[in-house]
Design a protein around this ligand. Structure first.
Ligand code: GDG
Length: 741
């Protein structure tokens, strides 16, 4: 098995250009290149991406150049025909997905043609990987331009390991769902073994979107799709801290520039802003806040200068052209209005500066001001901290940048709040040195520790683990061997059998009232319960009255109703709450919501239990029912956030109950009483039964009933097989034959 790393990103870190009759290529030195180079070298990696131009006319020289880059630098070029490049890059990627993921729905353009170009380009990237990948290779796909590549690779090459990292934010579900191709894009991502996000907030938004759009439930760190586990992770990117620190400490040119900047601005504090010219970065908002600062605090005029570096970006998209004009106007007005013959409030550099110049600016500034309206991470914040080293400038950081989650010692601002931002700026400019130093030391230590190298190595290590574990929970689980099961049962002294009811002892029925146990089933469970040394626990979501009616007469059985909210011990005639004192007043708030949904969906009903409420929609037209159940689930999730209650999505039912009322708790409770059993069996058919399987030790006989995903060790096809299995233990063969009829 190969273990190489194939990095896939929209842009290769090189740019080709024609110089006279020759072709040349320049290597770009971004943070991603520096972060990935060490892991790429160790893993004998390849970098696959677009070189940034379109082949036209005589391409021989260019082809030869690209081939040589592939051999020397292991950069593989994916060529995109000119006719799709624009629609793919400026169209769907930057005019649809970018504003969508940054939460600017009004800027999202919807266009079938650009979607087709996106699909086409993603197929080309995937094809380049498919052609070169060897079995076992790790493929790491970067960012929003390539969200379909994971599933395209999964379909063609299940033998490789696929990771995806989203550098930009993931928006709230309400925003993402406006995308006409929302299902395709989500399924595209879910082809990966690992999906990484910058922050837990983005990860949480992705999970809520899966639920709301696809009806797919997930856990904090994983989602199960088509018999696989897709690992989910918040994995914030860092910078190559050493490089920046070295630039400011050892590079003579940088030292000269720093001295020069300080000299020229002697007697003034410098406030630095560095951004791509993008509407997500809050450039106009910051300029307006700076104006407000100078207008309301005239004593600062002449004593503080803002340097704004704005790198032009995506200039063929009208919104960016408009922004460029807006920023120029704002700067012009501000300087015209408040500047003097010897001082300009803003120095505006609308171009890219060299890395050394940037490092000098970071080092010379007193304050860096990050005003992003939305930002995946924001590396500028981290680069400033690295370059300041022991100088201890102050960072103003937008709470909407991913970096805010990690950089608690910065002064947090809401960039939409002019006055709040101006107050924070004044605080920064006046901050005493010991406070600045304390904040800077903590920030620097963290920026050094969570750096780009550890980020890249961590992601790759996580991808290896995720891919190794992806099939653990799935794979065809076989039926248990009855002979072995019986032998284990007989040789044990203390046995506990946990039996689910609906879908296990009786087939699922359209109306719960119709799912009554046959006499034969009653006999089988009865004879198992009467066996010496055997404890039977009926664990069901049903209300207590149902279990009481059907199994109440049996000796030595535990009855666990409402998923364990209510328990009846053997020998007792009363059900007790698993958590005495749990209230039920919440039902008065939730019931009207369920009734509202029941009124909208003919055929659906509300069921009231002692400690739970449920909305059943088995009889509702399937598509409408599923859609409505997603709506209800999301509404309730929001309403119940922070309470002890949980929303459970079952088979054609949404149930609200206490989070502690789950079948896993029943297992723990029964196991906490008496000696540890030497034989344990649990049989169940739905998601709630997985909690039992999880809580039992690995050697327990866990049996899933029916098809689909499970964490049980075994599976049987349906209730008749489940009953046959129980009968085999109970020695109730004649009843079993009747039950099968
Ligand atoms: C995306 C996400 C996420 C800027 N001006 C110059 C220059 N830069 C460099 C900076 C920094 C980078 O560009 C900008 O990175 P950001 O993180 O601030 O923002 P995006 O470009 O939008 O990046 C973002 C990032 O991906 C990584 O995951 O943090 O949230 O939007 O490194 O130094 N570099 C040079 N001259 C300049 O004038 N040489």
């Amino acid at each position: 098995m190969s273990d190489r790393l194939l990095v896939v990103s929209n842009r290769l870190p090189l740019t080709t250009r024609r110089a006279g009759t020759e072709w040349r290529a320049d290597l770009s030195s971004g943070g991603l290149v520096a972060a990935l180079t060490p892991v790429m070298e160790r893993a004998r990696g390849l970098w696959i991406g677009w070189p940034g131009d379109a082949p036209s006319g005589d391409t021989e020289g260019r082809d030869a150049l690209l081939r040589s880059w592939e051999q020397e630098h292991r950069f593989v070029s994916v060529d995109l025909p000119a006719k799709i490049t624009r629609a793919f890059y400026e169209g769907y990627s930057n005019n649809t997905i970018w504003p969508l993921l940054h939460g600017f729905p009004t800027l999202v353009s919807f266009d079938r043609e650009t979607w087709h170009a996106y699909l086409d380009a993603n197929e080309r990237f995937a094809a380049a990987v498919i052609e070169r990948a060897k079995p076992g290779d790790l493929v790491w796909i970067h960012d929003y331009q390539l969200m379909l590549v994971p599933s395209l690779l999964r379909a063609a090459r299940p033998d490789i390991r696929i990771g995806f990292f989203l550098h930009v934010p993931f928006p709230p579900a309400e925003v993402f769902r406006i995308l006409p191709q929302r299902d395709e894009v989500l399924h595209g991502l879910l082809g990966a073994d690992l999906i990484g996000f910058q922050t837990h907030e983005h990860l949480g938004a992705f999970r809520r979107t899966l639920l709301q759009v696809l009806g797919t439930e997930s856990r904090m760190d994983r989602v199960e799709v088509d018999g696989r586990i897709v690992a989910l992770e918040a994995h914030p990117i860092g910078i190559v801290t050493d490089e920046w620190e070295q630039l400011v400490t050892t590079d003579k040119g940088v030292a000269r520039r720093i001295a020069d900047l300080r000299d020229r601005h002697a007697g003034r504090q410098l406030v630095l802003a560095v951004d791509r010219l993008d509407y997500t970065k809050g450039i106009p908002e910051r300029l307006r806040a700076f104006r407000h600062f100078l207008l309301t605090r005239p004593e600062w005029r002449g004593r503080v200068t803002m340097i704004q570096v704005a790198v032009p970006s995506r200039e063929r998209i009208p919104r960016y052209v408009e922004l460029r004009r807006e920023v120029s106007e704002l700067v012009g007005e501000l300087n015209g209005e408040l500047g003097t013959a010897t001082w300009n409030p803003v120095i505006y550099l609308r171009r890219s500066v060299s890395r050394s110049e940037l490092a000098a600016l970071y080092a010379a500034a007193d304050v860096a001001w990050v005003a992003s309206l939305r930002d995946g991470m924001n590396l500028v914040a981290k680069e400033f901290v690295a370059c300041q080293r022991d100088r201890a400038g102050v960072l103003l950081l937008s709470e909407f940048a991913g970096a805010a989650g990690e950089m608690g010692e910065a002064l947090r601002i809401n960039p939409y709040d002019e006055q709040g931002s101006a107050d924070a700026l004044e605080r920064a400019l006046k901050m005493p040195e010991d406070e600045r130093r304390e904040r800077q030391d903590a920030l620097l230590a963290r920026v050094r520790r969570s750096n780009a190298i550890s980020w890249a190595e961590g992601f790759v290590a996580q991808l290896r683990t995720a891919a190794d574990d992806r099939d653990l929970a799935s794979g065809p689980v076989g039926e248990p061997k009855l002979v072995a099961l019986r032998r284990a049962y007989r040789s044990a002294k203390r046995r506990v059998c946990y039996l689910d009811y609906d879908g296990t002892l009786v087939p699922l029925a359209s109306r719960p009232a119709d799912a009554v146990p046959s006499q034969a089933v009653g006999e089988i469970v009865g004879s198992l319960a009467r066996k010496r040394g055997t404890t039977v626990v009926i664990v069901s979501g049903r209300p207590a009255v149902d279990l009481e009616r059907w199994f109440g007469h049996l000796p030595s059985v535990w009855l666990a109703a409402e998923h364990g909210a209510l328990l009846r011990e053997p020998g007792s005639t009363d059900f007790q709450s698993l958590r005495p004192g749990a209230g039920t007043e919440w039902k008065d708030h939730v019931r009207p919501v369920l009734e509202h949904f029941a009124a909208r969906a003919p055929g659906s009903t509300v069921e009231e239990k002692d400690y739970a409420l449920a909305w059943h929609y088995r009889l509702v037209e399937p598509e409408f029912g599923t859609w409505l159940s997603n709506e209800l689930g999301v509404t309730l999730d929001q309403q119940l956030a922070g309470t002890e209650l949980a929303v459970l999505r079952g088979s054609k039912v949404i149930e609200i109950r206490y989070a502690w009322a789950n079948k896993g708790e029943v297992v723990s409770h029964v196991r906490s009483i008496g000696a540890t059993p030497d034989f344990e069996l649990a049989i169940g058919d739905d998601r709630t039964d997985e909690d039992m399987f999880d809580r039992l030790p690995p050697e327990a006989w866990t049996v899933h009933v029916g098809g689909g995903q499970t964490r049980a060790r075994y599976a049987v096809p349906g209730p008749p097989a489940a009953i046959a299995l129980i009968a085999a233990l109970a020695g109730a063969s004649s009843a079993a034959e009747r039950a099968a009829d």
